[in-house]
Structure formats: C-alpha cells, structure tokens
Write a protein that binds this ligand. Structure first.
Ligand code: BTN
Length: 285
C-alpha cells in the first residue's frame, strides 16, 4: 500500500521514510564537512564487528592519514579496558579515524586528546554543555554520552599509526541503554535525551570530523601543550573526589589534574601522589 497516497500531501512523513532519511550518508557528511586531512577517504558500512577492526586492516594495507570508517551498527564494538561498547543499529555514531603523526609512542596519549576535544566542541555546537572525564570520556549533565578507544601501532619503538575510535550516543533510547548495560546504563545518556530532540547524525558526524581536523592542526602548529591547555579547560575531574580502579587496585582520592604526559595525577587518602596510566575513574561528589 502506498502510505503517502492515502495520507494526503500535508500529513507527516511515515516513519520508515524518516528512518531512511536519517541513514548515514557520505554525501551528506561531505556537504557539511570542512577539513583538510580528516575525511580524505570515508568508508561507510552497514553493520561491522568494530570500526576499529576495519580501520586497523585498512591501516595495515597502507591507508592514508585522515581515513575514516563509519558504520550504522557494530556487532563487537569495543570500549576501553576490555569492555564492550553497546552499538545498536541506525541511531548513534561509530567512527574510527586514522592518524600517522610524526611523534614517538609516549606522545600518543596527549595526541589522543584531540578526539575528546572535538567531541566536546561538536556537542557544544548543539547548545549543550560538555565536559571531559579523563582520559577521553565526554559527559553531558554528568552522564557519559561519548567515549574514545585509542589504539596505537608501533614498529621498532616508532609510532606507525594512531587510530581514534569514537562512539557517541546520539539517539539511542534511555530504556535501551539501561536494558543493554544494566546498572552502568544509568551513568550513560544520549544527546537526544538531554537535547529533547532527535540529533541529525550526518550533521553531527560532519561537525565532529571538522573539529577533529581543527585540533589536528592545533597539535601540528602548537604541539601537545596547546591540547593540554584546552583539555584542562574542559576537565571535570580536577579538584574533585574520585575513585580510581586500576587493574589490580582500587583507591579513593582527589584528582589533581592531568600531567604533561597525559597521565592523571591523583592524591590518595594517605596523601600520596599517584599517576594513573590506565584505569577507570568515577566521580564521588
Ligand atoms: C570507551 O569509552 O570505553 C570507548 C568507547 C569507544 C567506542 C568506539 S565505537 C567506534 C569504535 N569501534 C569500536 O569498537 N570502539 C570504538
């Protein structure tokens, strides 16, 4: 049955059509993209295991800096610390971007901050206040709406590439988050929830990639110090009570800030200063 004919001209567009219009489209993203390096090559897939996995294979085959892999859904989306990343089809943004910066492996953590800076900017451009929780989580109203999985490849102590995989909860429904993530779902949110309206995924993707390109230029022109300074302005942890979960230990303390090497500095309850290389940090107040 032709739905538009029986509904008449001025009736709202049927749901199936609106879903189709909201499908990710390289053409729509390109029309709104303003970038030199990021997005030189964009691949868009329906469902993949993980965009990071797809991009890793492209990187090994010689893909250029700025190559982007997007997917409508992921069957094995990965998060930090071996977690899975809930990746329902057709509602969010799952993107991986390849960089080949001329830096050493120890500089990669600070370089990775370009991802959360670009995410925070793209969210702010929607009129929402975004903050960054170390290392690269992006929060709105204290709910995590986006995360970054940075992967590096080295050969003989040299950095071969850095891959920044970004997941953003754009239009996923709250009940779906809670159903998929259980208790952890309560600490997560979607931009649609906080904005009170659906987020245009192509516009958001273009905005994020454009900001990513800008931060890449900032890094090239002014180095890690410029990133750190911008990152510190958006940091939600410094001065707050936190709980840090590392692989073997968990401790409470006060976040003192991020060090020049990208590690988080925390004063524990005994007054000892600790540097956190990799771990999960929870705000306690
Ligand atoms: C985190 O906060 O734990 C990081 C989440 C990163 C998820 C993204 S989705 C696109 C890319 N592909 C993956 O498998 N993971 C990243």
């Amino acid at each position: 049955m032709n739905v538009s004919r029986i509904r008449g001209r001025d009736t709202p567009v049927p749901t199936e059509v609106s879903i189709l219009q909201d499908a990710l489209s390289i053409e729509l993203i390109r029309r709104q993209l303003s970038a030199q390096a990021v997005g030189r090559q964009i691949y868009l897939f329906g469902e993949v295991t993980s965009t990071n996995e797809v991009l890793r294979n492209l990187a090994k085959a010689g893909a250029r800096e700025g190559t982007v892999v997007l997917a409508e859904g992921q069957t094995a989306g990965r998060g930090r610390l071996g977690k899975t990343w809930f990746s329902p089809f057709g509602v969010n943004l799952y993107a991986s971007v390849l960089f080949r910066p001329a830096i050493g492996p120890t500089e990669a953590p600070v370089f990775s901050f370009i991802a959360s800076l670009a995410l925070a900017d793209a969210i702010r451009a929607l009129g929402l206040a975004a903050a960054i929780k170390w290392p690269n989580d992006v929060l709105v109203e204290r709910k995590k709406v986006a995360g970054v999985l940075a992967e590096v490849a080295t050969s003989d102590d040299r950095l071969d590439y850095v891959m920044l995989g970004v997941g953003v909860n754009l239009n996923v429904e709250r009940k779906a988050l809670v159903a998929a993530l259980g208790e952890a779902g309560r600490a997560a949110g979607s931009l649609r929830d906080v904005a009170g309206k659906a987020i245009d995924r192509n516009a958001f993707a273009a905005s994020f990639l454009s900001f990513l390109d800008e931060w890449l230029l900032v890094y090239r022109d002014r180095g890690g110090a410029a990133l750190l300074s911008a990152w510190r302005d958006r940091d939600i942890l410094t001065g707050r009570r936190v709980q840090v979960r590392e692989e073997r230990i968990t401790f409470d303390g006060k976040a003192l800030g991020v060090h020049a090497d990208g590690q988080l500095v925390v004063e524990d309850s005994k007054g000892l200063t600790r540097k956190v290389v990799s771990g999960e940090v929870r705000l306690l107040d």
